[in-house]
Design a protein around this ligand. Structure first.
Ligand code: SAH
Length: 376
């Protein structure tokens, strides 16, 4: 086999040979975001021909209902006459196009709105440019320059794409998961393996690990990048007003198992194989996100299940309306898409929805007044 000395495997192998095993976070960051060979910088991962499919790609109803949510949220936050709608990781742009169609029902809101996208994938950015050619969009590579105005953030399947660290507990000690070379004298493609390093918990780690049951073999996952993003969003909402809608697959109860996974062409593959060629993700720890948000002074609603959220926003009525003049085949596909989004055994329960907003007593659209999380 002819070796490409610049492939990501070779780059990471040389780094490990020179400096020793790297953290899981570093491995994942490079595999996902390396400027040339990272998964999210070189490929178009979404859709049937890609590696995974997301809710807005399943049905237009998803983006439309989020458009309705944005319109009602804009009213709730006091109808600011200039605000930013900032989507994190907009994928192909499908969600926002469907949302904008629904938002046409409230022209005042559309008039006050400036569109901002945070995207690192140049190919997806091209699809977004094409799909949104009728709108003025401002692109950002990170959350470092959020516009200085009230902002409604939307993040569907964004947080699961951010790199994580894993700590695990064995014989009364904490270990940090690392990635090493199986054989330092590799001849062809290097093979990576997991190793571990005894680790003391930092105060920050301790704060999040405290209520997970520390049994032998317990794995504790955390995402420094997610904490950082939630801190920036929360501070922004606190200062400038706004709200954030976070939809993702994940958990709220303490979790003590590894949720790290790699997906290629809709199949699970080995996490350490061919970095940069598969989608590495981890389930989102909603409890950690809400703690960080609350510490930073905002209110946190939920998480509730995606099924409840979409039902409360009216997915049943919307699907009936779309079906009225549809052919039998289309009616059937609308019904199947709706079920996929809300049924418990499909995306309805695993996917959860959380909203951040300024401290207030009223619930955001889709939430009930007793769904406010008050403690960090
Ligand atoms: N929201 C879309 C796409 C989800 S896939 C949908 O529901 O279809 C994850 C998205 O986040 C992609 O657009 C990806 O390119 C983007 N992304 C992943 N990591 C990112 C990062 N660190 N910064 C900005 N965008 C990122």
């Amino acid at each position: 086999m002819k070796l490409n000395p610049n492939s990501l495997s070779q780059i990471l192998a040389r780094r490990i040979l020179n400096y020793g095993a790297i953290s899981l976070h570093e491995f994942m960051s490079e595999a996902l975001n390396h400027p040339e060979y990272g998964y999210y910088t070189k490929s178009n991962p979404i859709g049937r021909s890609g590696d995974f499919i997301t809710a807005p790609e399943i049905s237009q109803m998803f983006g439309e209902l989020i458009g309705v949510w944005c319109a009602s949220t804009w009213i709730k936050i006091g109808k600011p006459n200039s605000f930013a709608l900032m989507e994190l990781g907009p994928g192909r742009g499908t969600l926002i196009v469907d949302a904008l169609r629904a938002l046409k029902a409230l022209p005042e809101c559309l008039k006050a709105m400036e569109l901002h996208f945070v995207e690192i994938n140049p190919q997806l950015k091209k699809s977004q440019e094409k799909l949104l050619s009728d709108y003025r969009v401002i692109w950002h590579k990170s959350l470092d320059d959020i516009p200085q105005k009230p902002t409604i953030f939307i993040a569907n399947e964004f947080f699961d794409a951010l790199p994580i660290e894993q700590l695990f507990f064995r014989n009364k000690k904490w270990y940090r998961r690392k990635v090493d070379l199986a054989d330092k004298k590799y001849k062809s493609e290097p093979k990576f393996i997991f190793t571990e390093e005894v680790s003391s918990l930092s105060d920050l780690d301790r704060q999040f690990v405290v209520d997970s049951k520390c049994l032998n073999g317990s794995v504790f996952e955390f995402s420094p990048d997610s904490r950082d993003a939630i801190t920036k969003i929360s501070k922004h909402i606190n200062y400038y007003n706004g709200a954030a809608l976070i939809v993702d697959y994940g958990y709220h109860e303490p979790n003590t198992n590894s949720t790290l996974q790699a997906i290629q062409r809709h199949r699970y593959v080995d996490v350490l194989n061919e970095p940069g060629c598969s989608d590495l993700t981890a389930h989102v720890d909603f409890r950690a996100l809400s703690s960080v948000a609350i510490i930073n002074g905002v209110s946190c609603w939920g998480p509730i299940s995606q099924g409840s959220f979409l039902r409360r926003l009216g997915i049943e009525t919307r699907s009936e309306k779309l079906s009225v003049s549809a052919s039998d085949a289309t009616k059937e596909s609308i019904k199947r898409a709706k079920q996929r989004l809300i049924n418990e055994d499909q995306m309805g329960t695993l996917f959860k929805v959380m909203v951040l907003g300024q401290k207030s007593s009223y619930p955001f659209p889709g939430f009930l007044s007793n769904e406010l999380s008050e403690t960090a």
